[in-house]
Write a protein that binds this ligand. Sequence first.
Ligand code: SF4
Length: 609
Amino acid sequence: MTSLDSILYEVAKPARYTGGEWNSIVKAWDKTPIKAALSYPDVYEIGMSNMAVPILYDLLNRQPDVVAERVYAPWPDMEAAMREKGMPLFSLESKRPIRDFDILGFSLGYELTYTNVLNMLDLAHIPVLSAERDESSPLVIAGGTCVLNPEPMADFIDVFLIGDGEEIILELIDAFREQRAGRKIPRSQMLRRLAAIPGCYVPAFYEVSYRPDGMIDSITPSVPEAKPSISRRIIAKLPTPVTNPVVPFLETVHDRGAIEIQRGCSHGCRFCQAGMIYRPVRERSAEVLLRQTEALIRSTGYGELSLTSLSTGDYSCIQPLVSEIMSNYETERIGVSLPSLRIDSFDVKLAEEVQKVRKSGLTFAPEAGTQRLRDVINKGVTEENLLEAAEAAFRAGWSSIKLYFMIGLPTEEQADLDGIVALAKKVIAMGNKLGRRSIKLTVSTSSFVPKSHTPFQWEPQEGQSSLELKQKYLREKLRDKRIKYSYHDVHTSFLEAVFAKGDRRIADVLEWAFKAGCRFDGWSEHFRYDVWLEGFEALGIDPHFYASRSLDYDDVLPWDHLESSVTKRFLIEEHHRALQGKLTLDCRFADCTGCGVCPGRGVQIELKG
Ligand code: SF4
């Protein structure tokens, strides 16, 4: 019996660690010179639902000289068993120690997974601090939305990949090929070689100086290969989507086949980082998607298919695509789920089409309770849009609907909270009018977190006690047996804001919290806010300095040396327009609004319909 087998008897859900799933790829270790381990740093069920890892897993394994394997964060019971038995972190495919790989790549999509990264490095017996790694350590890289402000993780990651990863990862692999071709490059030189690749950010090659008031004075490269400013990589043409993803043995969060139908969104919601940093919109053609859908279904056996994108309902061929998929697979009873439908693009036909086979959940995101605040955030939907969508949904047979809002948005007033309550009651009334029995309405609120590279990056986050009072108010006003009110913990949102707007000085707190046992901070049962506060206190760092202050347009921001491609001038203009309650139109349906991506990067919007 191997030691892994003996550990698996002791832990919950051992299938998280066994590998061997359908479509997983095991290559001959000794015959494949370049080894990469890929991770989303959360538990298996969450990690397997991440969209970036399968893309890179597929892409890298297509290279004959590269093996890519997966690794996720061991749940605390597994971590305890591994530490007790001295077992290092291992990959799911070959069960090799992660330390034996050349590259360890993390997809960072949520700030509260950062301590998991540190813990995984430690479990892998890789020095947590980048500066302490030597020739025997893998190169630790990271990509994903969070790396548009990577500074809190600057001490722990060797290279950040900024932007679409498909091209940049292959250029990074080329550097390893050169090394394997006989020219052994010392680690420091390899980092300099990587710093010269567009979109690669090596934080160790940048010096940050601070003003007496604590603000950043300058961020300066210290070697010639490091550029003063790093532009996000954008691929003009999307490659074919992955059709043979690994099929998990246990239920994951998104337990269905997923096809990315488009990348980018130009609606321009002013709080939304993804909407700013993934521009321009690039659609895949319906013909390609239908072909890939067939391949995906045949290679996975999934009974449900998700058409993913930031705003699925805006895909220009959504109606014919859904109709075709539904009719192709009607006899096999394969359902379609459409995540992230916008209220204004939702139509009765689409709802009925999807519901033919299986009723999946329906969520609308008005984001704010009044038209005034929806205009501030550039949501561009009206109450009429919402009520029409709700009517269509009730008529098509739904009886449960979820409405998603944010509280603490810039300029929010009491009337905006009352607007949330009023909208919820109007939706219930609409259901009653249409004779729907047993209506279930979930109203969910999260707290606004200002994010880098958005028009609201200069805004503070509202105080926690004030947000808690707002939650209490809504809880009371929404007391109704047909309404369920759910809300996010304000402390979690606060920490998210600290890291979203933080600089590299808070890396010390991250390391402190990890050593104090913080893990899985995004999980309420594991989040230890008191320990975090203790860490900030012990290190003399004020978290409010990052989360709760307004910033000036001429302040040097921690992420100013990283260009998302939307210009700062555009973000400032959008911030002004927000405060004036002025809408900015979507450039797919109106003129270019001058965000700067297309002319600046030689790319353009690609619509297929
Ligand atoms: S540059 Fe113009 S067309 Fe291109 S994404 Fe920005 S607003 Fe849209």
